[in-house]
Structures are given as structure tokens and as C-alpha cells.
Design a protein around this ligand. Structure first.
Ligand SMILES: [Zn+2]
Length: 622
């Protein structure tokens, strides 16, 4: 399989090489695979890849490309964008290539000491897990770009980019070597060369090339860059760099050290969205307009903070199942509530502790998470652990029934982190917190092996000074409702009382709608709503109530003119057949998930709230 060899095997091989001499043909080949990337017509969205692969006098060499990329748990079949693959020997003689699987190729070497592969990759997916090339810039993910030798992934991999005219730079979390020192050949423009010690690191190091504005800073002696591609005089580059530095300072202090030698924030301003974590970098997609409004900008800072927190939580401290990676197939884990949910919790919390958001803004964000959880019927169907396990078939494939059947491990994981944090603080009279769990788990389990679900829970119990097993069983393994009261009590918080009901309250159907070319369509029918019980379907076009035409822009107002309990007749078009559906309107359940500080909070509660939000002097690291 396409897996890294274990450290023990490598060490044995290394010792053998040192004591006996040159490795025989069957030993691990440590000679580098060298890639050159060219962009002869970037406006056509292609990157030309040339790879020089040393071979050990074997008759054939098997090449493989990942089907997924770490951090994004969906098989994406990157090989579908590869075309025009050829191979030749060092003398330029063509070699036979045979495709053996969807993502594998076999080259007959004819005894050549190395094979030069050439292929093109179509790159036009504006997603953090994919690649994009146009006339302005290239955003290249390793899994979507590079094929390597099957069972040879522990070799060094070197990437040399020949940039098109007008492009000024290429940035990556990988160490660069001096321009022009790559594989030789004549560069058409500026040349940048990066080195990765193994294929995992190459896959884990996206490259951004184009004309980025690069903001450099240092924290605790470690160099960082924020590379903004597409500032265009709109994005506030210096403010973003200053605030990213604050987030870095806060998180480095939180963990007490850094697991990388340099770190790159690759920020593509291309009216898209998303972020993906890597060991020494993160790739972020956003809108260049997001420094323009407070709320949008806070959202971006939360994204930065989330992805950066991953440099510790998941890139180093990870569920045991998440590595070594099998790039050929799905890798299942029940632990993404720690890797993603807890990261989501800390993402926003550490923006607050960095002083970049206000207490009210942070509580609003946490309230939004709680509201989303409590408004998702699927929380009563799928436990958090199962939601993680099924990420491969559910999380990245939402449909109209997703909210009815499952819950995001981001959302519920973040809310569970909040409740666990409060529980540990309460159990230890404020002396310990979830911060200590994360740091203790990091000290014990970061690195090659990872943690089992049981080990993480046990660590939390130790920090709390009592058995949290039943608490975890309820929060993670069951679909029981979460109990917010102990956390509210600890911090002196409450859920705001809902506004007094209008008299009489408006009727409630419960569908979510969307506009499609002027037509009002049902987007989702949540379980537990009058619409669900009456058989309204997703994609029904809403036309009339009680035979009175309702246009799209009138829908909400018209519905509000009927009281709860009223039986109405909906006229819908379902697959172009008109149907009448009888519905008894209900009353919308109150949304009572907005956190607020209690007016009668005690001084102790006020102090706990301030300590949690980093408003007082930092507590000593144990
Ligand atoms: Zn994440």
C-alpha cells in the first residue's frame, strides 16, 4: 500500500547503509524525486509537470497520485485532472506507460537509471483542497499536482517552479533553496525551488505563486509570512498582518512553543471561502472585501486562528488513525470532534484572548454555534463520534436531508468543548481548564503515534481530577441533549429571554426556502415542523395559500398573516404537477440560545468569565 515506512524500519535501513555500504536494489531509495513546474499558457488553467524519478535498475516503476488530501475527508480523485502523461529515459527515448488503476501508472524502465515523466494538470477548482491556475496566479496543492513512486514516499522531493513573465514570487511552508539551484535547465522567468524531506511533507505544503504581497514578521525567533494574493488596493494588508501576528503571539504563548521552523499564511483573495491546515502553513480563501466590515473581518480572523491552531491540534496532536496516511483510501476516525470541534472552539476564543474581538462579539459567535446545534434536528439522530466516522460520506456531501440526519462535528464539537472547559474549571475551582487538557495531551501524544479516543478522555479526567467517562459517553457517544446550565452557572451567563411573543403569534410552516430564477422553492424541510408532518417536499415550488397567489417576495409576510393552528391549503408545483397540501400551521419554538452576562452575576462569576476570556493576567502554565 501507499504508506510511509515505520521509523523503526527506516532506522534499521539507515544503520545498515552506514555499516555495510551502498544500498542494494531492494532497499529504500533515498534519491530525490525532482519536479519542475511550468506554466506555458496559464490562462488555460494548466500546469505542466516534469518529474525526474531515479529508479534502481528495476524493470518497472509504479507511480501513484493521492485520491484525497489530509485535513479534508473526502475522496476527490485528483488523477481525473491529469492528462498527456509520457515517460522517457535520460537519452530522451520514450518509455512505455500503462495505467493500472484510477490513480496509478506503471512505466517500463528498460533498465534506465532514471525516468523523466511529463504530464499536464488541469487546475481550475477554487477550493483549498484543490488547485487553481490562471493568468494571475497559481494555487497548487500537492495531492492534486504530484505523482510519486509507490512505496517510495520517504524520499526527498524537490519542486522547481519556472514562473511566467510578470509573476514575482512563489511562497510555501517548505524551505526554499536559492533561485536557479534546482534541476538545471533554462528558466523562462523567475525560478523558485522548494525542498521537502518526503512526500507527506510535499503534499502538506501548498504553493502560492503569482504577485503576492508578502508581509513578514517574527514571533519568538520564528519567521512567519502572510502572503496576500490579490490585495488590489482593497484588502487592508498591513492591518491583516498586524492582527495575524497577534493571533500567532497568543497561540504560541498558549502552547508554549512551536512545532515548525517557519510558517506561511497563504491568503488568496479571490471571492471564495475556506481554509485548510498544514504542518507549516495554511491555505486560506476569502474575499478581498472582508477587511471592509467588522463582522466579515472577524470571521476571517476566526478562520486564521482556527487553521493556525491546527498546527498543534491535528498536525501534531492527532487521533491515532490519522497517520501514516493511506493516500489510496479513506482513513476512518471517531476523533474529529477533538481535531475540528475543539479547534473551532479555540479559534474564536483565542481571537478574543488576543484582544481582537470584544466580549460581546465572542459571546455572539458562541451563541451562533449553540443556536445552530439546537436548531439542527440531526443532533437527536447521530452522535458526535459517528458524525466524525462518517465524514467521508456525509460531511462533505450535504444534501436537503443532512440537517435532519446528522450534526456537524465542528458545531457540536465546539459546543462540547465549551461545556467541557466549564466543567473542568468548576471541578477544579478554576485552577485547571481545557487549556491544560490540550497542553497535557500535546505533551503526551503529539508526534508519530497519536492518541486513542480513550487516552484523550482519560487525560481530560486526570486534569479534572475526577472521572469524566460518563460525561463523555453522553456528550460524544449519545444523542442526548446537552446540559448548558452548569457552564452558565460557572461563568455567570444566561440565555437571553426571548422577546415577548407577538399577539397573536404568526403561524409557522417551518420550511427553508430558496429563490431560483424568480421561483420560490423549498430548500429543506426540517424534521419536527408542520411542513415535514404534512408532506411538503424539498424542491416543491410554492405558488399559493388557500388559492391566493403568493409571489416569492410576499411569502414571509403572507404566512405571518395566518395564526398558529390555522389549517391552510398550500398549492405547490412538484415536478411540474400542481398539488394541494393541507397543513395546520404551528407556532415557532422560541430561540433562546443567545448568551448574555447575568446582571446579578457574583464577583466570583465575573472573575471566572474574565479569566476564561483572557481579560485578566494569564494563568501560569503548569
Ligand atoms: Zn479545521
Amino acid at each position: 500500500m501507499f504508506r510511509r515506512r515505520s521509523r523503526a524500519v527506516l532506522l534499521t535501513l539507515l544503520l545498515w547503509c552506514l555499516t555495510v555500504g551502498p544500498a542494494p536494489a531492494h532497499a529504500q531509495d533515498t534519491r530525490a524525486v525532482r519536479y519542475t513546474l511550468r506554466f506555458p499558457a496559464p490562462h488555460t488553467h494548466y500546469v505542466d509537470v516534469e518529474a525526474v524519478v531515479p529508479v534502481n535498475a528495476a524493470a518497472t516503476v509504479e507511480l501513484v497520485m493521492p485520491v484525497w488530501t489530509p485535513g479534508s475527508y473526502l475522496v476527490r480523485e485528483y488523477a481525473r485532472h491529469v492528462e498527456a502523461l509520457t515517460a522517457e529515459d535520460p537519452a530522451g527515448q520514450p518509455l512505455r506507460v500503462q495505467k493500472t488503476r484510477k490513480n496509478r501508472w506503471r512505466v517500463d524502465t528498460a533498465g534506465a537509471p532514471s525516468v523523466t515523466l511529463r504530464y499536464r494538470v488541469y487546475a481550475r477548482q477554487m477550493q483549498v483542497q484543490a488547485s487553481w491556475v490562471d493568468d494571475r496566479f497559481a494555487m497548487l496543492n500537492g495531492a492534486a499536482t504530484f505523482m510519486t513512486v509507490a512505496d517510495g514516499s520517504m524520499r526527498p522531493h524537490e519542486v522547481r517552479l519556472e514562473l511566467p513573465a510578470g509573476w514575482t514570487d512563489a511562497v510555501s511552508g517548505l524551505p526554499a533553496v536559492p533561485a536557479g539551484s534546482g534541476t538545471g535547465g533554462i528558466a523562462a522567468g523567475p525560478v523558485r525551488t522548494f525542498q521537502a524531506p518526503d512526500f507527506d511533507t510535499l503534499v502538506d505544503s501548498p504553493i502560492l505563486a503569482g504577485t503576492p504581497t508578502v508581509h513578514a514578521f517574527e514571533v519568538a525567533g520564528v519567521p512567519y509570512v502572510l502572503a496576500n494574493e490579490g490585495e488590489a488596493g482593497v484588502w487592508d494588508g498591513s492591518r491583516s498582518a498586524r492582527d495575524v501576528q497577534r493571533i500567532v503571539e497568543t497561540q504560541v504563548a498558549f502552547w508554549g512553543g512551536t512545532p515548525y521552523e517557519r510558517y506561511a499564511f497563504l491568503n488568496v483573495l479571490a471571492e471564495a471561502g475556506g481554509g485548510l491546515e498544514h504542518k507549516a502553513s495554511t491555505l486560506l480563501l476569502t474575499s478581498r472585501w472582508r477587511t471592509g466590515t467588522r463582522e466579515a473581518y472577524l470571521g476571517w480572523l476566526g478562520l486564521v486562528s482556527h487553521e493556525f491552531f491546527h498546527a498543534w491540534n491535528v498536525k501534531q496532536l492527532r487521533p491515532v488513525e490519522l497517520g501514516p496516511f493511506d493516500y489510496d483510501a479513506e482513513v476512518y476516525t471517531t476523533g474529529l470532534w477533538v481535531s475540528e470541534g475543539f479547534t473551532d472552539y479555540y479559534g474564536d476564543l483565542l481571537v478574543r484572548r488576543a484582544g481582537l474581538s470584544s466580549r460581546e462579539e465572542y459571546l455572539r459567535e458562541l451563541s451562533r454555534q449553540i443556536t445552530t446545534l439546537q436548531a439542527t434536528p440531526g443532533r437527536l439522530v447521530t452522535p458526535l463520534a459517528s458524525s466524525s466516522f462518517d465524514a467521508w460520506v456525509k460531511a462533505y456531501r450535504p444534501d436537503e436531508n443532512t440537517d435532519n440526519t446528522t450534526i456537524s462535528y465542528y458545531t457540536k464539537g465546539a459546543v462540547v468543548a465549551f461545556l467541557l472547559d466549564a466543567r473542568i474549571r468548576a471541578a477544579t475551582a478554576g485552577r485547571r481548564s481545557l487549556d491544560d487538557v490540550m497542553r497535557t495531551a500535546y505533551a503526551r501524544y503529539s508526534g508519530a503515534r497519536g492518541f486513542t479516543a480513550e487516552e484523550f478522555r482519560r487525560t481530560a479526567s486526570e486534569v479534572a481530577g475526577g472521572d469524566l467517562g460518563p460525561w463523555f459517553a453522553h456528550a460524544i457517544d449519545s444523542t442526548g441533549e446537552l446540559d448548558y446550565q452548569p457552564a452558565l452557572e460557572w461563568f455567570g451567563l444566561q440565555f437571553k429571554e426571548p422577546d415577548p411573543p407577538k399577539s397573536p403569534p404568526p403561524g409557522w410552516l417551518g420550511v427553508q426556502t430558496r429563490l431560483d430564477d424568480g421561483r420560490l422553492l423549498v430548500r429543506e424541510v426540517p424534521r419536527g415542523t408542520p411542513a415535514f408532518d404534512a408532506g411538503v417536499n424539498a424542491e416543491d415550488e410554492l405558488l399559493a395559500i388557500d388559492d391566493f397567489r403568493v409571489r416569492a417576495d410576499q411569502w414571509e409576510d403572507r404566512l405571518r398573516s395566518y395564526p398558529p393552528g390555522r389549517r391552510i391549503t398550500l398549492l405547490v408545483s412538484r415536478r411540474d404537477v400542481l398539488r394541494r397540501i393541507e397543513v395546520t400551521l404551528g407556532e415557532e419554538p422560541p430561540r433562546r440560545w443567545e448568551l448574555a452576562v447575568r446582571a446579578d452575576a457574583t464577583p466570583e462569576q465575573a472573575a471566572r468569565l474574565a479569566a476564561w476570556l483572557g481579560e485578566t493576567a494569564a494563568r501560569p502554565t503548569p
